[in-house]
Design a protein around this ligand. Structure first.
Ligand code: GLA
Length: 426
């Protein structure tokens, strides 16, 4: 284990130097990229689908065969992801969350899928997913039990990592429920990272380590980044505007801590996209998509791709917005300003371009206009001496050429967002 850790750390140092060099070249005066888990994965935020928010722990396949957690659900979603344009725009990982397991481990201590709901087992499911050109994610827990009470991985990290690798799994979401101490939590997250590494299979490692640390003390993000490809910081997302707002508030309140650590290989995870469900208006869905792009968040949809409105599908498949999310510079955006119930967020992009999102948080009245002087954007550089501005959301349209002293007038619906891309003209 010691040898493996030393090797990991030295490779991490090497990657850190490479990233630092790359960032210094691309962003004059910019800070070197933070060091990350060196498994070569998640160089841009992970994109895919995760069952939890929409399907939760429904194990009642007798009465609800179409929405219970069973291989049928994942087979159907995989088929649609491959055939309905999702894969083409980048959604790649189809991820199982909690409640897939049998209640007990097998006689050799290995996890098993529930035999009634997954009669062909995870290996066969992974084969099918791979045959569609997609990847499979699975879920386990660092403690004694998963959050929903299924077998936990404490004491079984190596066995479970090997089982997942043998099955052909490509991503592990590792939850933090039922862990008896903060030491076990931290050690467990690290040990599972090393165990996955030892399998030799490329497995994206999605952690919830900081979320479970925050109530006790401030997480060490530099350390977390060395072991995880992305990490949840804040409460579970719900299908509601309240939940989206709380997630954005938490993120902006903690941006000094969390934004600098994000970069290729390691990302802050504000949880799933709930676009296409029941709780958000069209404007609120636009806000989620725009801000998840600004935050360089993993784009893991939790919805029913078998029944989704054309508007939600178009929004989730918007290539220009996805391009911002997946921008190779890999810098997370931040909130620039909050005034008069508007928020302005911005994110630096490759080639000195910037993404800007303006959110209207006033929940009374109609659309309100917001005038922004472009001098204030992109640390004074985005439109210096001039820039081309394109509106991406809510509508795709070229707004034209702006000089450094110009102002831009936007009109934004209540709880909606205008997402802009600013490009240098030369
Ligand atoms: C926790 C996680 C959720 C989900 C559930 C499953 O609450 O934060 O994302 O995985 O457990 O039980």
């Amino acid at each position: 284990m010691m040898a493996a850790r030393v090797k990991l750390v030295s490779r991490v140092l090497w990657l850190g130097c490479v990233l630092a060099f790359r960032c210094l070249v691309l962003v004059p005066g910019g800070l070197p990229g933070a060091w990350g888990l060196d498994n070569g994965l998640a160089m841009t935020p992970t994109m895919g689908w995760l069952h939890w928010e929409r399907f939760m722990c429904n194990v009642n396949c007798q009465e609800e065969p179409d929405s219970c957690i069973s291989e049928k659900l994942f087979l159907q979603i995989a088929e649609i992801m491959a055939s309905d344009g999702w894969k083409d725009v980048g959604y790649e990982y189809i991820c199982i969350d909690d409640c897939w397991m049998a209640p007990k481990r097998d006689s050799k201590g290995r996890l098993e899928a529930d035999p009634k709901r997954f009669p062909n087992g995870i290996r066969r499911l992974a084969d099918y997913v791979h045959s569609k050109g997609l990847k499979l994610g699975i879920y386990a827990d660092v403690g004694n039990k998963t959050c929903a009470g299924f077998p936990g991985s404490f004491g079984y990290y190596d066995i479970d990592a090997k089982t997942f690798a043998d099955w052909g799994v490509d991503l592990l979401k590792f939850d933090g429920c039922h862990c008896d101490s903060i030491q076990h939590l931290a050690e467990g997250y690290k040990q599972m990272s090393l165990a996955l590494n030892r399998t030799g299979r490329s497995i994206v490692y999605s952690c919830e380590w900081p979320l479970y640390m925050w109530p006790i003390f401030k997480p060490n993000y530099t350390e977390i980044r060395k072991y995880c490809n992305h990490w949840r910081n804040f409460a579970d997302i719900y299908d509601s505007w309240e939940s989206i707002k709380n997630t954005l508030d938490w993120t902006s309140s903690n941006q000094k801590i969390i934004v600098p650590v994000a970069g290729p290989g390691g990302w802050n995870d504000p949880d799933m996209l709930v676009i296409g469900n029941f709780g958000l208006s069209q404007d609120q869905q636009i806000t989620q998509m725009a801000l998840w792009a600004i935050m360089a968040a993993p784009l893991l949809m939790s919805n029913d791709l078998r029944h989704i409105s054309p508007e939600a599908k178009a929004l989730l498949q918007d290539k220009d917005v996805i391009a911002i999310n997946q921008d190779r510079l890999g810098k997370q955006g931040y909130r620039l300003r909050k005034e008069n119930s508007f928020e302005v967020w911005e994110r630096p992009l490759l080639n000195l371009a910037w993404a800007v999102a303006i959110v209207n948080l006033q929940e009374i009245g109609g659309p309100r206009s917001y005038i922004i002087s472009v001098t204030s954007l992109g640390r004074g550089l985005a439109c210096n001496p001039d820039c081309l501005i394109t509106e991406l959301l809510p509508e795709k349209r070229k707004l034209g050429f702006y000089e450094w002293t110009s102002s831009l007038k936007t009109q934004i619906n209540p709880t909606g967002t205008v997402l802009l891309r600013l490009e240098k003209t030369s």
